[in-house]
Design a protein around this ligand. Structure first.
Ligand SMILES: *[C@@H]1O[C@H](CO)[C@@H](O)[C@H](O)[C@H]1NC(C)=O
Ligand SMILES: *[C@@H]1O[C@H](CO)[C@@H](O)[C@H](O)[C@H]1NC(C)=O
Ligand SMILES: *[C@@H]1O[C@H](CO)[C@@H](O)[C@H](O)[C@H]1NC(C)=O
Length: 172
């Protein structure tokens, strides 16, 4: 897997996300106000009813779980398309699909370790685990397999913001 430099938004490190008393829709909006891809951030959290009852750390945990299932679902989708693509019809395309598949396969394993790290307060390390999914999605997006463009956009945007929120939390 080609390793990109970690794109952590350092400028956001000193900002404060929310007070610990807040929860519900107000907390989702306030949290996603720090996101680069605010609309996807809000719609992902709002798609999970648990988000409305969560306090700050709970919301981070949900963000990771949503990132894990989004990454895993994308791996399933990529596997399905890849398995249905002949190696000989367009070998270049087939190789790109294989790369996407292998990177996602690795990323699902790595990102699934992130929740345990948040549970012991290691937000920064959790962010590093989420970064594997961000990188898999971003690389697959830029490789330009037409069938994977839209889904990768969603994965890299949401995982990027999950990393951002974890990073901010570590330093606040
Ligand atoms: C990924 O999805 C499969 C089913 O498609 C499931 O068996 C597996 O536990 C999931 N992995 C994670 C890390 O959620
Ligand atoms: C598999 O590929 C064929 C032709 O390339 C297509 O018609 C079919 O819908 C594909 N099936 C799946 C499950 O993607
Ligand atoms: C093979 O797929 C690539 C996309 O990765 C595309 O640019 C190229 O035109 C395709 N070649 C053929 C012969 O269809």
């Amino acid at each position: 897997m080609v390793v990109l430099s970690v794109l952590i938004p350092f400028l956001l490190m000193n900002s404060c996300v929310a007070t610990s008393e807040e929860k519900g829709a107000a907390l989702i909006r306030k949290t996603c106000n720090h996101a680069t891809y605010e609309k996807i951030c809000i719609s992902m959290f709002e798609s999970d009813p648990r988000s409305f009852k969560a306090y700050h750390t709970g919301l981070l945990r949900i963000g990771i779980e949503l990132s894990v299932s989004l990454t895993n679902d994308t791996l399933s989708y990529i596997s399905k398309v890849f398995d249905n693509t002949s190696e000989t019809s367009n070998h270049t395309l087939w190789l790109k699909m294989q790369d996407c598949h292998n990177n996602y396969d690795f990323a699902v394993f790595e990102i699934s370790q992130a929740t345990d790290l948040v549970n012991i307060g290691l937000y920064c390390d959790a962010s590093t685990q989420v970064d594997f999914a961000f990188q898999a999605a971003f690389l697959c997006y830029t490789s330009g397999v037409p069938q994977f463009v839209e889904i990768n956009k969603k994965v890299y945007k949401f995982t990027y913001d999950t990393m951002t929120l974890l990073y901010i939390s570590q330093s606040s």
